[in-house]
Design a protein. Structure first.
Length: 192
């Protein structure tokens, strides 16, 4: 997807997000200062301030960028027939969207209190509930509801669990997706 932002500004914004997220993961959100982010980027604090006024602004922007494809996926899924094929497509598209999100999930895992305290936690939770609503049928049995939820969370936990496994990242993503699709198929008894 092409960006409509001015390339230089977009690149700077992205660099700030990447460096901040790296520091948030490595040393924790609370222990990271704007000054450290600026120093790591080799820019003045004023230059950083031009793009983001606070650490929370940086974090919110990271989650908003992650949320955009999720919102598009939820909107698309809501217009599709509630079939197994649609649900597999949702998982496939979600898997694609998660390709670049591994550091965000690592941040969420290691900074759970901050995620809970900031607005991003509630926003992320509501999007996950939106995806779950698309993946499970209203009349699904309890085990099938668990399968649908687990299919979605497998995509998060699977990449996190496999981070130390020496394998191609794309092979890992495909393996996690395969397991998620298997769970979704099991929740639909008309599938193999």
């Amino acid at each position: 997807m092409g960006s409509t932002q001015h390339p230089r500004r977009g690149d700077t914004r992205q660099r700030i997000q990447d460096v901040a997220l790296e520091l948030f993961v490595d040393q924790g959100y609370e222990k990271t200062s704007l000054r450290e982010i600026a120093e790591r980027l080799d820019v003045t604090k004023a230059a950083l301030y031009y793009h983001f006024k606070t650490k929370e602004d940086i974090l919110i922007s990271i989650f908003e960028d992650l949320a955009r494809p999720l919102d598009e996926l939820i909107a698309w899924g809501a217009t599709q027939p509630h079939t197994l094929a649609t649900k597999k497509e949702i998982l496939q598209r979600y898997s694609e969207a998660l390709k670049t999100a591994t550091p965000v999930f690592r941040f969420m895992q290691e900074n759970q209190a901050e995620v809970r305290d900031l607005s991003i936690g509630e926003t992320f939770k509501s999007r996950m509930m939106g995806l779950i609503d698309l993946l499970q049928d209203a009349d699904a049995t309890l085990p099938d509801r668990v399968r649908c939820m687990t299919a979605l969370f497998t995509m998060h936990a699977g990449m996190f669990a496999l981070r130390e496994v020496d394998a191609d990242p794309e092979d890992k993503r495909k393996a996690v997706l395969e397991v998620a699709v298997d769970l979704m198929s099991q929740a639909h008894h008309d599938a193999p």
